[in-house]
Design a protein. Sequence first.
Length: 192
Amino acid sequence: MRKVILFLHSSLDGFVEGPNGGMDIGWVSYNEELEKHAKEILSTVDTVLWGRGTYQMMKNYWTSVPANPTATEHEIEHAKWIEDTQKIVFSTTLEKAEWNNSRLVKENIEEEIKNIKKQSGKDIIILGSPRFAHHLMELDLIDVIKITISPVIIGSGLPLFKGTEYKHNLSLVENKTFNSGVIGLAYNIVKS
C-alpha cells in the first residue's frame, strides 16, 4: 500500500510558517544541500496532496517560474516536476482545479485518501499545506513525517503540531545533518 508522507520545513521551536502567514518561510536554511535532499524525497512520490490555500499559492508561483529569467536551474526542474505530477486539492470552497494534472476533491476526504493509498504507484506527499496536514493527522491518514529543522528560533507562527489530540509513537528511519546546521529527520508513524 502507498504511504502518505508529510514533508515540511520547521524552525527549531517547531514553527512551519512565521507569524506573517503562508509565505513567511524566509528563515528556512534553503541551499543546494536542501535542494538535493528535497529532490531525493520527491523522487519517491508521484502524487501531491494540498489544501486550497497551498494549491493556489503553488499554482501561482510555480507556473510563473519557467518564464522567469532569474529562475535557477533547480527552480526550473522543480517547476517541470510539479507541472507533470498528479496534484489532488481538497477544498469545499474551490470551484475547479485547472492546473495541469490536478483534480479537485470536495467531500469524503478520509475515504478518498484511503482509496488513493490502495492504488498502484509511488508514495503520496503533502508538500507544505500544514493546515491540511493538521486535518489529516486528526484522521490518522499520515504514515511518514519528513521534516527539516533549520537552526533558527522564530518565536511565533504556525506550529507543526497544533492543538490536536494527535498522539503516536514514531520510529526514526533517517537523520541527516547538513553543513548549514539543518537537521533532516524521517519518522514512520507507528500504527496500532
